[in-house]
Design a protein around this ligand. Structure first.
Ligand code: DC
Length: 665
């Protein structure tokens, strides 16, 4: 796999829609190999036409099977038990499954075959299959530098063995069982933990008994003439590991809903669902296959909700091994720590997936601690403006795209061509479930500035000019808390009492008439947040760290509603520091006093001096508080509106959004 291609993925407001997954990769590889050995013609429907699986098809064709493909339907005419020698080496591309399983089948042939692959595959450990195959009497030569492919295999008779697997690996288990079909006697593999059992299911489906006793799996060998497999129809279920990207994307984004149809639900593959349920995900599963189906199939519906950290270890690990980078992504989007342990096997996947996952999360500003056999991810904001290099690993490339989709800013994913090895229609599916705002983009326009600088009037007008953007008055949220404290007679200077009250408040946000509104314990406070009492209470409320932390979280969560025009004091510095669309609106103190006085004079006989004193007091509190004081955000466009009309200010901002917003696509 050449390491090329890059793409920028921008956040989107909701992940929603219905998808059908491409065929299961593991089942596609295995079905192609076994059908190639069967007596007669088999039809594989839902076959995964990815680079990896197409390489396996070419390999079995080179070994004597007849192969005809029409999209995802493949007809394979089997050789009746043994392969024919291939001309030249067989190239399995990027696929560990392709190489390790085929090596098992080829070990028992009367001739030698050379197997090779891309640089990544030729760096993955092959001694783990060489050792048991040699114990069976096979000839296996690894010609790579360090116990790696290219390899030559086959040309010697095999005898059965009983082999305790040193690592839980479905590929090694399958390799030994497939070689066992050509041995004399009963070959048994003893697993340290249960791993995926697609090989066993397919063999049974094709008439070859497989005995399972706890963690022992056995097949009876047929000697060098090979097994008698019955050809037939094989339905490849939708790939759970591909579905997993959308399951996690939707699960961690409140307001999202995705349904994925016809997904393989083999319990040895779906431990991710248990993990996500523990994290608080909204999942519902509807089985669609008959009770006697070899591989259970069903529809999965995911509703986004807040997630919480969890621990993943032990027997769960082999059953979500491919999904562990995604568990880390979910952990980044969750509250608290997500711990992954006992997953050292990840270090020898298409990349060292512990290292690549850690680097990926660090690139987007997430705190993560690497361990020899896993990692600990601390949930926190997933920042944009980052670049993630997949290092040629398809699952890391797709995880990078998901981080761009669910995080707080666009992510450049570098080396994305590898995605074609397992999920060629990934980008189409990403587009299908990305619900974006105007021009297919969701973004945040941050407008900060001092009191009476004209922010709210300008922000409302900018939101209206952008058609489908929502205006957010962040000050109103602080005012809402101040109002709630006054209503409940909580002392606004008592930070602990306010924090306790905040814990108990039920605050919900909604969109109406182009703006985001809120209710507190089911009541919309409306104009009650604009009274003199609230004016006085809001400043002490807004300096309480617990209040600021909570409000910042609420404001950040609003990205799931769509494009936002948010005004306040800390939007560009603390709430959305990654947005490229930051503005700082100012006007001379005299002009601000004049504007505020004009506003108030309409219904109040208040003198200008008093207004000036109050503004100066608020300026001082806003810009001198310890946490997130009012200041010009880095990269913000400063607009001094002293001598400008509203229209002019609005036009300046809209023009900048239309110019720079394009960079988010
Ligand atoms: O914009 P406003 O006057 O309605 O804001 C009310 C108070 O809330 C103001 O005194 C400062 C505070 N506030 C804040 O600290 N951070 C924001 N992003 C918005 C408002």
């Amino acid at each position: 796999m050449t390491a090329t291609g890059s793409i920028t993925v921008a956040p989107c407001s909701r992940i929603a829609g219905e998808l059908r997954m491409p065929g299961d990769k593991s089942v596609s590889h295995r079905a192609a190999m076994l059908a190639a050995l069967a007596n007669g013609s088999s039809t594989l429907s839902g076959f995964l036409a990815s680079e990896d699986c197409l390489n396996t098809l070419s390999a079995v064709e080179a070994l004597g099977a007849g192969v005809e493909r029409d999209g995802t339907t493949v007809t394979i005419t089997g050789t009746g038990g043994t392969f024919r020698p291939a001309e030249g080496a067989l190239d399995l591309g990027n696929s560990g499954t392709g190489m390790r399983l085929l090596a098992g089948l080829l070990a028992g042939q009367t001739f030698e075959t050379e197997l090779t692959g891309d640089a990544s595959l030729c760096s993955r450990p092959m001694r783990r299959i060489q050792e048991p195959l040699e114990a069976m009497g096979a000839h296996v030569t690894l010609t790579g530098d360090t116990g790696t492919a290219p390899m030559r295999v086959g040309g010697a008779p095999l005898h059965a063995i009983s082999y305790p697997l040193p690592v839980a690996s479905a590929q090694v288990k399958s390799c030994i069982l497939l070689a066992g079909l050509y041995a004399e006697g009963t070959t048994t593999v003893i697993e340290p933990r249960p791993t995926r059992d697609h090989t066993e299911q397919l063999l049974r489906g094709m008439g070859v008994p497989v005995n399972v006793d706890g963690l022992s799996v056995s097949v009876d060998g047929c000697g060098s003439q090979g097994p008698q497999l019955t050809a037939g129809s094989i339905t490849v279920p939708g790939d759970f590991s591909s579905a997993a990207f959308w399951i996690v994307a939707a699960a961690c984004r409140p307001g999202s809903q995705v349904t994925i149809r016809n997904v393989g639900l083999n319990p040895r593959r779906t431990a991710l669902l248990d993990v996500l349920k523990r994290m608080g995900a909204g999942l519902s599963i509807t089985p669609t296959s008959g009770a006697d189906a070899a591989e259970p199939i069903g529809d999965i519906t995911v509703d986004g909700s807040p997630l919480y950290g969890t621990t993943v270890e032990g027997d769960e690990i082999p059953n979500l091994i491919d999904e562990l980078p995604l568990v880390a992504v979910a952990g980044a989007m969750a509250e608290g720590a997500t711990v992954i342990r006992g997953a050292g096997e990840l270090r020898v996947k298409e990349s060292d997936r512990i290292a690549t996952t850690v680097a990926m999360l660090q690139a987007v500003g997430v705190q993560v601690e690497e361990a020899p056999d896993g990692m600990t991810v601390t949930g926190g904001p997933v920042s944009g403006g980052a670049s993630i290099d997949s290092r040629g690993d398809h699952r890391i490339a797709m995880c990078g795209a998901i981080l761009g989709l669910v995080g707080r800013g666009p992510v450049d994913v570098v080396n994305v061509d590898c995605i074609a090895t397992s999920y060629p229609s990934f980008w189409e599916d990403l587009d299908r479930v990305s619900c974006r705002g105007k021009d297919n983009v969701t973004f945040v326009i941050a407008i900060d500035g001092p009191a009476a600088s004209g922010k709210s009037t300008v922000a409302k007008r900018v939101a209206a000019a952008l058609d489908d953007a929502f205006y957010v008055d962040s000050g109103a949220v602080y005012r809402g808390i101040a109002w709630a404290a006054l209503e409940r007679r909580v002392d606004v200077h008592d930070a602990d009492a306010v924090a306790r009250m905040l814990d108990e408040l039920d605050v919900g946000f909604f969109t109406r008439d182009g703006a985001v509104g809120f209710g507190i314990d089911g009541v919309e406070p409306g104009m009650a947040i604009r009274t003199p009492a609230v004016n006085n209470a809001v400043s002490p409320i807004a300096v309480i760290p617990a209040v600021r932390v909570q409000v910042v979280k609420w404001l950040q969560g609003m990205v799931s509603l769509g494009t936002l025009v948010m005004e306040g004091r800390d939007i560009g510095t603390a709430v959305f520091p990654e947005t490229p669309l930051k503005f700082y609106l100012d006007a001379s103190p005299e002009e601000r006093v004049r504007r505020r006085h004009r506003e108030m004079a309409a219904d109040n006989a208040i003198d200008e001096e008093e207004v000036g004193a109050s503004l100066r007091r608020r300026d001082k509190i806003d810009s001198s508080r310890k946490m997130d004081p009012l200041q010009v955000a880095s990269g913000a466009v400063r607009i001094d509106s002293t001598a400008m009309g509203i229209d002019q200010v609005v036009d300046t901002i809209v023009a900048a959004v239309e110019r720079d917003g394009g960079a988010w696509r």
